[in-house]
Design a protein around this ligand. Sequence first.
Ligand code: IPM
Ligand code: MN
Length: 360
Amino acid sequence: MEFEIAVLPGDGVGPEVIDEGIKVLQAVGGKFGHEFRLQWDLMGGCAIDACGTALSEKTLDMCRRCDAVLLGAVGGPKWDDPQARVHPEDGLLALRKGLEVFANLRPVKTFAVLANSTPLKPEIAEGVDLMVVRELTGGLYFSQPKKQWQTPQGRQAVDTLSYSEAEIERILRVGFEIARGRRKKLTSVDKANVLQSSRLWRQIAMEISADYPDVELQHMLVDACAMQIIQNPGGLDVLVTENMFGDILTDEASVLAGSMGMLPSASLAGVARGKTFGLYEPIHGSAPYIAGQNIANPIATILSVAMMLRHSFGLEVEAAAVERAVFAALEEGYRTSDIMSENKIEVGTKEVGEVIANRI
Ligand code: IPM
Ligand code: MN
């Protein structure tokens, strides 16, 4: 089969991890007889430098014409000035919104072979397999008003947490559908003891749960959930939550997997497996302090490629082959420095990509 993929390496370690993701993707193409055609473009800080905007209309249009988008990471100290007119992250948010990829799937799975890499007790991290469904195009990140202004008493700023019924319902339905394909346990995470948007969220969750009698729904406050994630993660299956809650909880959950460098993500415009347009990116950032040194862990990006094969192209066998190759490389002891432990083989970004590609 043939697929068209927009590739946006971005900033910092983005280009390095993307190179390895593409290496593995091309290995899949060779082995299974698919053609992956790549359209490379700039997004984030590099695009600000090149054309004054973090995401141009031309780039967004190009992404829309493709079957899927693979993204590295954006941002860095060079563009961090809070007073700057435009930030790299604006490009990422405009891309997510422009592509309407409202459902961000962030699987958190611990590999037994990495038990030594987490600061948690091994018995807590062991066997963790949870899926965070993060709402990605609404809530605190996007709602208006969102601005800073001057008042006679001093400066003032506002961000708004607003959700429509339709936005809440569609993300909850993705959560229920995914829970249905797993252990049938959905935890809806909110702050309904304080926030109106969360009370509406909880109400709608209760209403639509009638359509999914096979799925057990529980509600959890986000602060309690933060604790559960490190105290009893094995008790969780699928979490569904607001944009910023999901952002924070998934960084926390990445500790279970040993490193942020292990966690992939898929941002989808719907739930149908195999034919959904999607944006795929590692959950880690651009890590400017290690950029250009060939030490970033490319596994999050490589696992994002696997999610692309599965969710946007319907290539389940190929996706599983990528995941198996990652597992094999870890089993054989290959590690980047973020997950290095005693008696393992420390290698760089390129070498990890090479080892995994060779095992496809
Ligand atoms: C993420 C990142 C982004 C987010 C940033 C870079 C805007 O932290 O994908 O989790 O907050 O969504
Ligand atoms: Mn984040």
